[in-house]
Design a protein around this ligand. Sequence first.
Ligand SMILES: Nc1ncnc2c1ncn2[C@@H]1O[C@H](COP(=O)(O)OP(=O)(O)OP(=O)(O)O)[C@@H](O)[C@H]1O
Ligand SMILES: [Mg+2]
Length: 251
Amino acid sequence: MTTATTTVETVDTTAPADATTTAVETATPSPEPRVVLAMDHVSYSYTKGGKKVVDDLSHDFHAGRVISIVGPSGAGKTTVLSLLSGLTGPTEGRILYNGDDLARSDRYRFRSHDIGVIFQSFNLLPALTVEENITLSMEASGKTFDRPKHDLVVELLAKVRLPAEYANERILHLSGGEQQRVAIARALGYDPDIILADEPTGNLDMATQDDIMAIFRSLAHEEGKCVIIVTHSPAVADQSDEVFELKPLRR
Ligand SMILES: Nc1ncnc2c1ncn2[C@@H]1O[C@H](COP(=O)(O)OP(=O)(O)OP(=O)(O)O)[C@@H](O)[C@H]1O
Ligand SMILES: [Mg+2]
């Protein structure tokens, strides 16, 4: 048996850099942001008795912030995202949503209502239109909407900076960057508290990457959402409010 340890470092990129900024910040204290999602001593092994991929992680994720999860390939980033999304249950420890243990709540409801997941491969239905892809997940949530779905779709497209005419385009006619925006719009369709995204800017040029990050920052800072993204890009990590670094387990 090898000893397995996970080291986690968090860097608050919004923290004041010098004493002058500290003084300004102290004069106007901002309220402590609300914890929406938390890992409480979470461990995970892929098979019973198999190797641990995640070992004793604890962390609070706050509303109104963009958090980047970084770390080398194989460190367990996608695994952590799937634990946070309720897709997988931890082998040990708890995932808490607004203080409630996910294992004791309706995980289907959590996944369809409270959390929007953007997969690396987008998981859009290529033969359907943009609007059909977005309304499908709105319908699956079982939420009621106070306005016609088409109006909401047009509003969502504006939020991700796509023209309204794109509603009728088929996914297979869109570029990678455009599909990324549709995947974000779809995740926002039922207005979840939390957005999770795996490598959301992985195959995009720098300008498009910055655009996508601007969308995420506005969702967090203007709408109070908790946005958690996995990234390999230092530029993306720099644009987030907090960096959560996963170190691979020593084997
Ligand atoms: N379904 C699975 N069954 C068994 N082991 C798995 C499975 N999925 C991932 N692993 C292992 O778990 C570890 C962490 O994988 P994970 O996909 O979470 O890493 P990652 O940090 O997302 O890597 P990358 O940056 O390459 O996407 C790896 O060692 C991987 O081989
Ligand atoms: Mg991964």
